[in-house]
Design a protein around this ligand. Structure first.
Ligand code: PEP
Ligand code: MN
Length: 261
């Protein structure tokens, strides 16, 4: 169902009037994790200034160590919803379990399924039954076939609004946090009609190369990029090193203007 052989035209996903796909390119930005109302509002205000409408923020954080900040849970989703409603933004947030689906319907506009859950088939099935668009991230070591089969799980269960997100894969290279597989973009676009975006923060883990990687992604045909932005990265509770500060976020948005139609 996700294949171009089945549907030749690009899928366009409409989220509260904002379109993604078929040359409608978007920026999705916001903090790694929702920490406080003030922090989320400050980040969201910067999005608003740049005309960015999709606010991301993690409430359920899948952390490598059980001792790291795990996110605010439902309280985090409440904060996101409040801020998004105040500033007329769209909430993008991750859920990590089928049990979170009820909360998702209450607070979230676009559900993110993270890299670690790309093959959580029970979660994919309930995401398929949901009436909310899904951003599905590529697994840490998933092939593109496995990635597309994961999307097939969602679509075959009834939800055709799926956005594929390349977020870097595990390789031997340590210069970047993960290796951004830029060739995944044109391949996914060729093989599938679904929109494709690139997470330039988790793929590289480096803010010094966020502008060239974001440009490369859009030039390669991506329908959007995701980037982490925190009002004060040094005090961030997770991914402090890769989150853009307000000035860096503004620079990125300026640099991408010619690439966004
Ligand atoms: C995220 O976007 O917050 C995240 C945890 O990313 P990933 O699932 O790609 O690691
Ligand atoms: Mn993060």
């Amino acid at each position: 169902l996700v294949s171009r052989k089945i549907k030749t035209t690009d899928t366009v996903i409409d989220i509260k009037g904002l379109k993604i796909g078929a040359n409608n390119k978007v920026i999705i930005a916001g903090p790694c994790a929702v920490e406080t109302y003030e922090q989320t509002y400050a980040a969201a205000e910067n999005l608003k200034k740049q005309g960015v409408r999709m606010l991301r923020g993690g409430a359920f954080k899948p952390r490598t160590s059980p001792y790291d900040f795990q996110g605010l849970g439902e309280e985090g989703l409440q904060i996101l919803r409040k801020v998004a409603d105040e500033l007329d933004l769209i909430v993008v947030s991750e859920i990590v379990s089928p049990y979170d689906m009820e909360a998702a319907h209450k607070y979230i506009d676009v559900i993110q399924i993270g890299a670690r859950n790309m093959q959580n088939f029970e979660l994919l099935k309930v995401a398929g039954e949901a009436s909310i668009p899904i951003i599905l991230k590529r697994g840490l070591a998933a092939t593109l076939d496995e990635f597309m089969f994961a999307a097939e799980y969602v679509v075959s269960h009834g939800n055709s609004n799926v956005i594929l997100c390349e977020r870097g894969i595990r390789t031997y290279e340590r210069a970047t946090r993960n290796t951004l597989d830029i060739s995944a973009v044109p391949i996914l676009k060729q093989e599938s009609h679904l929109p494709v975006i690139v997470d330039v923060s988790h793929s590289t883990g480096r803010k010094d190369i966020v502008i060239p990687t974001a440009k490369a992604s859009l030039a390669a045909g991506a329908d959007g990029i995701m980037v982490e932005h925190h009002p004060n990265p040094p005090v961030a509770l997770c991914d402090a090193a890769q989150q853009l500060n307000p000035a860096e976020f503004e620079q990125l948005c300026e640099a991408l203007k010619p690439f966004l139609s």
